[in-house]
Every structure is written in C-alpha cells, then in structure tokens.
Ligand binder design. Structure first.
Ligand SMILES: NC(=O)c1ccc[n+]([C@@H]2O[C@H](COP(=O)([O-])OP(=O)(O)OC[C@H]3O[C@@H](n4cnc5c(N)ncnc54)[C@H](O)[C@@H]3O)[C@@H](O)[C@H]2O)c1
Length: 432
C-alpha cells in the first residue's frame, strides 16, 4: 500500500471500529503499556522493516539486533538506531538466508518483528516462537495451508504471542464502522465487498529488469496473493473467528493483458524481462461464504493501470444500513432522509473508536493513516500487559489461507474450496 494515497483516502473519512467482538477486544486492550522497554530484534530491514523499526524506537522499544541479507540495508538500519538511541549499535546478522536463526538464539530478545519477503514469514515466525520469542509478522502470515497450521500449532504449543501487522484494521473509519455495528445500526450483516486494487507492476522489477520477490510471486502463482488489507477489516466487522467463520470460497480471474502492455512500454524488444510469462491474472475475484451466510466479494488487482489513491476499498451491507468507502457514504434505514446517501463523516466522528480518541494526535502523524502506529502500540501492550492481540494467529491463518485456496480453486476451474477452521470450533464459543 502507498502512504500518500491512504492519507488522501482517509482525509475524506472522519471517524473510526471492527465487528462486535473486535470492538470489545480493542477497547479491552486500550491502556498504558508497562514502562520497561520491549527488547526486540528485527528480521528484514528493507523499506517496510526500516519504517517499522523507526516506529518501534519512537514507541520506546530497544532494538538490540537486526538481520538482513543485504549489507547496505543493515547499514541504513544501524545508522537509524544510532541516530535515535545516542550512538547505540545493534548486533547484526544476515550472512546467509537462515542466519536469522543465530539471532534467535540470543537471550536478550523478547520479541521479533518479521518484515522479510512474504515467502519467509511463516518459517521465520515458527522458528522465532520455538526460540521463545513473541512475534509481530508482516502480511501475509503464510502462503500455504500447511504453513497456516504450523503457525497455529506452534503458538498453541509455545504459548507465545503472535500478531499480524495488519494495519488497515486500525484505520479510523474501519474502527468507527465497527462501533456502529456494535451499536446495532447495521442490523444483521449480510454482504461485504472489499478489494486491493493497486498498480504494483513496477514493484515486480529491480532496476535492471530482474524480478523482485513480488515479481517472483506474480510469475509463479495465480490467485489472490495479498488478501489481508482488504479482507482483514471486513472479517473484523463480521466477527470472523468470534461468532462466525469463513466456510468456503470460489475464485475467478480475468486474462493477462496488463503486464504484457507494461513490459512492452518499459523494456526494449530484446530485454529478457519481455520473455517472462506472469501467471497472476490482471484481476482476481474470490467469493467467500461464511457460516452465518454472509457473502464476501474480495477483489485483488495489482496489474491494471490505474491511479494510486484508491488502493483499498470496503462496502458493508446489513439489514438496516449500508456503507461504501469508495463514495465515503452510508445510509441508515429510519435515520437517513429518504433514499439518499449521506456523507459518512459525521457518523464516523460520532462513533469514533476509543483508541482513536486517546491516540489521534500521534497516530495520525504516522504511516498508513495511523494504522502502523496502532500495530506497534497494540503489540507492545499485548506483550507488556499479557493481553490478547487484536489480530491473533487464528485471524492471521484464516485470512492468509485465501492465498493457497484461491489458487487451488482457479487451478480446478473455479471449483469451490472449503476453508479450514483454524480455531477448531472455538469460533462458536464466542457470542457475536
Ligand atoms: N502492512 C503494510 O502496509 C505493508 C506495506 C509494504 C510491505 N508490507 C510487507 O512487508 C514485507 C517487506 O516488504 P518490503 O516492501 O519492505 O520489501 P523489501 O524487499 O524492501 O524488504 C525485504 C527485506 O528482507 C530482506 N531479506 C530477504 N530475505 C531475507 C532473509 N532470509 N533473512 C534476512 N533478510 C532477508 C531483504 O534483503 C530486504 O531488505 C512484505 O512481506 C510485505 O508484504 C506490508
């Protein structure tokens, strides 16, 4: 996700929540974290890892060790730590792709942030949990169903904290809509539409035209390979894993014209990049059914030419109200006048989430419209206060399972696929 587009997007929205259960979780977690600094290591200090490293330091964590296989990235991160911590020097790792395991042996680290390419997240998280560290992992959590189960099983075995850094769940308008759901304004929820539509073609290539890790995913896979920014907030609104659950999905896709057109514009005829066949379609739609018969329409498009400030959108339909972030509007039966859309702004202000009321001044100065601030703040409070995290391993596995299952559905000619219940029945024990 870009930062400026998110800022522009959110400027037009005013207020704040998550589904009923999630709203309860978030308010329970608001409160001062214990003062002792969190002792952290960071694996992967590329663009995202370095940004989150800065936030960790700004929120009081001590970052004692960093790991990256690119020495120049280690240098940038090392300088940042020295600048913000009076010349302090972290231990550095990254001589080989598995050198992070040496870092995990250190006794002075309580927790690690994982911000490496997605292909590494699950195995690094499992290794870290087994080494006795709490984990904050970048999105997505995993890329296969086996990896999803490995995460769930390892968290249950070790009792360590695992949180997915899903920042969109903390956006002010997302949290405010959750408050409105909790207040009963939407009635019974019936349908949601969400999508990640962000022209990421340039990010598939290094400057010389070789593929980045993002490019490798696009070359090697079909399906929705970045589901959590779009599905996460909707799943929270619907109380997924806390009163409802994702049951099955079916995926459908377009053809592959957009990358071809990009390659022809960017690279000369004889450049090897022109020969690469990408398997990711221009646009992929996944329809997901929940146990309570809600339908979610989830779109993923990182290939089509489009302007930047519209990368994530959400709509929500209930028996009494409808919300559409794309037009920043909602309509509530019996409250809105006639059949005309209303600006969402006043409602989002009225239902502002307690987290935003408490932290808005500092949160809105941080990236992704404050989402990144709350990711770090909530993880820190969970570790310090021993409280549940707002995006736990069950959410992380459930949302990430869309990746392999959407691919499997496409490979089988758009056949329906069952979505595992990673909670093993616990979702039913929480009243929604
Ligand atoms: N939540 C968000 O809004 C958001 C935004 C951007 C990226 N992300 C996620 O953050 C992660 C990183 O993205 P990025 O844009 O920073 O990518 P990046 O390529 O800039 O950074 C990844 C870093 O990991 C390092 N790395 C690769 N393999 C490693 C290994 N085995 N051991 C140690 N280091 C290794 C690379 O050298 C690189 O510096 C991705 O998973 C991405 O999906 C999330």
């Amino acid at each position: 996700m870009g930062t400026s587009d998110r800022r522009a997007f959110l400027k037009s929205q005013a207020g704040a929540a998550i589904g009923m259960a999630a709203a309860r979780i978030l308010s329970a977690e608001s409160g001062p974290a214990a003062s002792r600094p969190l002792r952290m290591g960071v694996i992967g200090v590329g663009s995202r890892g370095t940004y989150l490293l800065r936030l960790l330091l700004e929120q009081g964590a001590e970052v004692l060790a960093i790991c990256d296989i690119r020495p120049q990235r280690l240098d940038v991160a090392r300088k940042l730590i020295a600048e913000l911590r009076n010349g302090q020097q972290p231990a550095t790792f990254g001589e080989t792709p598995t050198d992070y395991r040496r870092m995990l042996q250190r006794d002075d680290l309580e927790a690690v942030l994982i911000a490496t390419p997605m292909q590494w997240h699950a195995r690094m998280a499992v290794d870290a949990l087994r080494a006795g560290k709490h984990v904050l992992s970048e999105v997505a959590a995993a890329m296969s169903i086996q990896e999803c189960w490995d995460l769930v099983n390892t968290v249950e075995e070790t009792g360590k904290i695992y949180m997915l850094a899903e920042n969109c769940c903390f956006w002010r308008h997302v949290l405010a809509i959750g408050q409105m759901i909790a207040a009963g304004l939407f009635g019974k929820l019936t349908f949601a539409e969400c999508g990640y539509v962000h022209d990421c073609r340039a990010m598939a290539f290094e400057g010389d035209g070789t593929l980045t890790w993002r490019g490798e995913i696009k070359r090697d896979h079909r399906g929705n390979y970045y589901p959590t920014h779009s599905l996460g907030p909707v799943a929270k609104w619907l109380g997924i894993n806390k009163g409802d659950r994702l049951m099955s999905l079916v995926a459908a896709e377009t053809g592959r014209a957009a990358m071809r057109s990009y390659l022809e514009q960017r690279f000369p005829k004889d450049h090897p990049a022109r020969q690469i066949e990408f398997r990711i379609a221009d646009s992929t739609t996944v329809l997901i059914k929940t146990a309570k018969e809600v339908l979610i329409d989830l779109r993923y498009d990182v290939m089509s030419a489009r302007p930047h400030p519209t990368t994530v959108y959400y709509t929500l339909q209930g028996t009494k109200a409808v919300y559409d972030s794309r037009i920043d509007s909602l309509w509530i039966e019996g409250r809105s006048k006639g059949t005309t859309w209303e600006s969402a702004g006043p409602y989002l202000e009225e239902f502002d989430h307690p987290l935003w009321k408490e932290h808005s001044e500092i949160a809105q100065k941080t990236g992704h419209s404050g989402g990144d601030y709350f990711v770090i703040q909530q993880f820190t409070e969970a570790v310090r206060g021993g409280r549940p995290v707002p995006v736990d391993v069950y959410d992380s596995a459930t949302w990430s399972a869309i990746i392999p299952l959407s691919e499997k559905s496409l490979m089988a000619g758009s056949q329906p696929m069952d979505i595992p219940d990673f909670t093993r029945g616990k979702w039913e024990q929480v009243a929604s």
